[in-house]
Design a protein around this ligand. Structure first.
Ligand code: FAD
Length: 547
């Protein structure tokens, strides 16, 4: 059997290595357009910043090492230019020898990845992209000329990783983002932590701005601003690399990726496709989705090898679990965000918590913020997002695993997670999300969200802030009254019987006060995530009252 693989990095090379482990005799040929295979594209931004110093560290394998260990026939600088499905043949150009050749296959695996989106603006030729080792070398070369200014177009994870690395190189950096927030997977009240972090590190973050013109030494924005730019990087996102598939008549899905079934078979029974070039099946609703992430590409490569070798396959849909470091912050997400749940018109609840990453009394505790979105009827976890300095990865990974295992949100309370003071809390933040969700879902503590406060106040609700006077004076929701939780029983005559919105710093004391008031016959509702969540929403950062 001859298997030809187009693209020799994440998905393609996983498929090749797994195939060899399952079939010692198969002829496996990997054709790779760039000069390298198995390179660490996820590490490229850190090479730009100098954190990864040796180019060799990015090159995990070479054609020779792959031949030595796996007897793979790996050909770099070799670009496939055509697939002929009826002849079961590909045509490729060997850029090294400047020659063209054809190759037949029994099975073909496409793993050509994604191409950076290049907006159609004058001067775009000057903008660098970051996808391959060649790209990073071009970037490193410009860095060696001591640039005095850099503009990154796009506030997604690659743009922000690059911004961090350019700051590390002490290059004044501007990030231009067309929408009102960076990191689209985050909801607006979670992303302001990230905006603050970026600006704290002196990146000039321009939200709601777009570039109209790239000049020789500057970029021009739609509002007329002209920003000096010795370096310009386009990091606007990626689109599936589908040219070969389109020309071969393979089915392209509704989201513009190569359509594949649960075994990654394309519309042709002898051609598979994996990785960024393909559409994935969303774990929540099975809809087509694009998720350009390394874990999925690797897993799909393995699935394809197993399928070719007749192994039993566990088919898995994708939930888009992702993580990124942005300066000293970690941002991680899994599943759907609230924007998506709302757009799908789901009936859901949301819970926020702002715990310490380990026991508060143990030195070094760092705050974090976690949000969970839960289907109101089924109690299924729809998604979660977390931002903080430490321990964010572990919480999102636990929730992602719970989602994969089909646990409901209240069942997060039942998880026995490893605990000692340097590592966590006896009630881990993930357990807390379970407790909060359960209290909201079964009506023990009704909550309101940060974006409902204005409407509730205009309907005559009274905001009762149960923090200490000192905390209240440092900032509070306008027109709220301050009765500390310890004084509620004595000052109960100041509290109206109906329409009470209780708030505190993070929602915990508010929960206790709400329970107390409800037990006393008052109609109280807790503000989920408290003042912390409310004050981090974009509009409220400006209106918070300080005494
Ligand atoms: P790729 O790994 O991109 O491989 C595709 C290969 O196909 C390329 O080398 C290309 O040269 C080759 N090719 C294309 N067309 C042809 C052709 N016609 N003939 C021959 N060869 C061809 N993901 C994460 O999960 N976490 C991260 O932290 C992360 N960081 C990233 C940082 C950067 C800078 C980049 C660029 C990506 C990052 N990713 C990250 C995404 C991750 O790298 C991709 O999801 C993953 O590599 C996709 O695997 P793939 O096999 O589909 O494509």
């Amino acid at each position: 059997m001859r298997v030809v693989i187009i693209g020799g990095v994440a998905g393609g090379m996983s498929a090749a290595a797994r195939l060899r482990r399952l079939d010692a005799k198969a002829e496996i040929i990997v054709l790779e357009r760039s000069g390298n295979v198995s390179y660490a594209n996820c590490g490229l931004p850190y090479y730009v910043g100098g954190l990864i110093q040796n180019e060799e560290s990015l090159l995990l394998q070479t054609p020779q090492s792959l031949h030595n260990r796996f007897r793979l026939d790996v050909r770099v600088n070799t670009e496939v230019v055509e697939i002929n499905p009826s002849k079961k043949e590909i045509t490729a150009v060997d850029h090294g020898k400047n020659s063209q050749f054809s190759l037949s296959y029994d099975k073909l695996i496409l793993s050509p990845g994604a191409a950076p989106v290049r907006p159609n603006i004058p001067g775009i030729e000057r903008a660098l992209s970051l996808r391959t080792v060649e790209d990073v070398k071009a970037m490193a070369q410009i860095m060696s000329t001591n640039p005095k200014s850099a503009v990154i177009i796009g506030g997604g994870f690659i743009g922000l990783e690059l911004a961090e690395n350019l700051v590390h190189k002490r290059i004044p950096t501007v990030v231009i983002e067309a929408t009102e927030q960076v990191m689209a997977p985050l909801d607006s009240e979670m992303v302001s932590f990230v905006h603050n972090e970026i600006r704290k590190h002196e990146v000039d973050l321009r939200l709601g701005s777009s570039v109209t013109h790239i000049k020789d030494d500057s970029v021009v924005l739609a509002n007329g601003d002209e920003i000096p730019a010795d370096v310009v990087v386009a990091a606007i996102g990626v689109r599936p690399e589908t040219t070969l598939a389109v020309n071969a008549g393979l089915k392209i899905g509704s989201r513009g990726g190569i359509a594949v079934d649960e075994y990654n078979l394309t519309s042709n029974p002898d051609i598979y496709a994996v990785g960024d070039a393909t559409e994935k099946h969303d774990a929540l609703d099975n809809s087509a989705t694009l998720i350009p992430l390394a874990n999925i590409a690797n897993r799909q490569g393995r699935v394809v090898a197993d399928h070719i070798c007749g192994k039993k396959i566990r088919t898995v849909a994708s939930q888009a679990t992702a993580i990124v470091k942005i300066f000293d912050l970690t941002v991680a997400t899994t599943g759907w965000n609230e924007k998506k749940a709302k757009a799908a018109d789901l009936d859901y609840i949301v819970a926020h918590t702002h715990p310490s990453h380990h026991a508060g009394y143990y030195p070094g505790a760092q705050g974090m913020s976690i949000k969970i979105i839960v289907d109101k009827k089924t109690q299924e976890i729809l998604g979660a997002q977390a931002v903080g300095r430490e321990g964010v990865d572990k919480r999102i990974d636990v929730i992602a695993t719970a989602m994969r295992g089909g646990l409901t949100a209240p069942e997060l309370a039942d998880l026995e997670l490893a605990y000692a003071p340097p590592f966590g809390s006896a009630k881990d933040p993930v357990n807390m999300l379970g407790y909060i969700s359960e209290n909201v879902l079964n009506g023990v503590t009704p909550t309101a969200q940060w974006n409902e406060v204005n409407s509730l106040v205009s309907q005559g609700w009274t905001v009762v802030d149960v923090r200490s006077k000192g905390e209240f004076d440092r900032g509070h929701i306008p027109n709220s009254i301050n009765i500390s939780i310890d004084e509620i029983r004595e000052r109960i005559n100041e509290v109206p019987k109906e329409k009470i919105l209780v708030t505190c710093q993070v929602g915990q004391r508010g929960h206790a006060a709400t329970r107390l008031l409800r037990e006393m016959g008052y109609n109280a509702v807790n503000l989920d995530g408290g003042y912390m969540t409310w004050s981090h929403s974009p509009a409220n950062t400006k209106v918070s009252e300080h005494v």
